[in-house]
Ligand binder design. Structure first.
Ligand SMILES: Cc1cc2nc3c(=O)[nH]c(=O)nc-3n(C[C@H](O)[C@H](O)[C@H](O)COP(=O)(O)O)c2cc1C
Length: 212
């Protein structure tokens, strides 16, 4: 029983990673073997729209034909039992590395003949997002819809998918070193001290229950 975790932030000690580590700890406490992959260490791009995965050939349903670092990710994902994806929100969506991964993984396994899943077994997934903006801002901009849609695709393609979003996460260790005049820094730090531990706990619980 193996759970693969993906860090979709270029920062290896940022919020995405902290949330991912917490979910992974939950998965370990459930008894799963785990591994974390840092997507920004790898070289791959998004889908090239070659449609090799949709041709009437034995490749249909067998994943992405493009060969680069994603090929190994895809094989590792198929060999695992569940996946945890953790990404910052960049410009209202998951980061480009995470998006490129899901683009190629989902699309190359998505059935153009029916909505039946093309994988041989189910893969539950957990998508963890975090963002600087607070919940009001997120709601006003409809950002959760993008998270919901990612989760819907993972559900349709592979198995039960859940998501969580941590809001108002801290961007810097020391705000005084950056241009942040528009940010109510003290209130933000206070909010984070109160709420981020709850987000970590939520990630832990979801990780622990992912395969149950
Ligand atoms: C390129 C870029 C785009 C961002 N876009 C948004 C955004 O649209 N909304 C938001 O609330 N925060 C945005 N942020 C802030 C990040 O979501 C936030 O700092 C997050 O906690 C970073 O995650 P990390 O600590 O795992 O790197 C952006 C940050 C960067 C670097």
């Amino acid at each position: 029983m193996k759970i693969l975790g993906f860090n979709g932030s270029p920062r290896k000690n940022g919020n995405s990673m902290k949330l991912l580590e917490s979910a992974i700890r939950g998965a370990q406490d459930f008894g799963a073997e785990t591994e974390i992959i840092h997507l920004y260490n790898l070289n791959y791009k998004g889908c090239r729209s070659c449609f090799a995965c949709k041709r009437k050939s034995p490749m249909y349903g067998k994943g992405c034909a493009m060969k680069d670092d994603f090929t190994q990710i895809m094989n590792d994902m198929l060999a695992a039992d569940a996946w945890i994806f953790s990404s910052p929100i960049y410009n209202g969506h998951m980061s480009s590395s995470m998006s490129a991964l899901l683009e190629r993984f989902y699309f190359s396994h998505c059935n153009y003949d029916s909505h039946e899943r093309m994988v041989e077994r189910e893969y539950p997934s957990l998508l963890i997002y975090n963002m600087n903006g607070n919940q009001n801002f997120m709601d006003k901009m409809g950002i959760e819809n993008s998270c919901k849609y990612d989760s819907f695709l993972m559900d349709r393609g592979f198995g039960k998918s859940q998501y969580m979003i941590a809001n108002s996460t801290l961007q810097f260790d020391d705000y005084s070193k950056y241009h942040t005049a528009a940010v109510p820094v003290e209130a933000k730090i206070k909010f984070s001290e109160e709420h981020f531990p709850q987000d970590l706990q939520r990630a832990y619980d979801l990780g622990k229950n992912l395969l149950s």
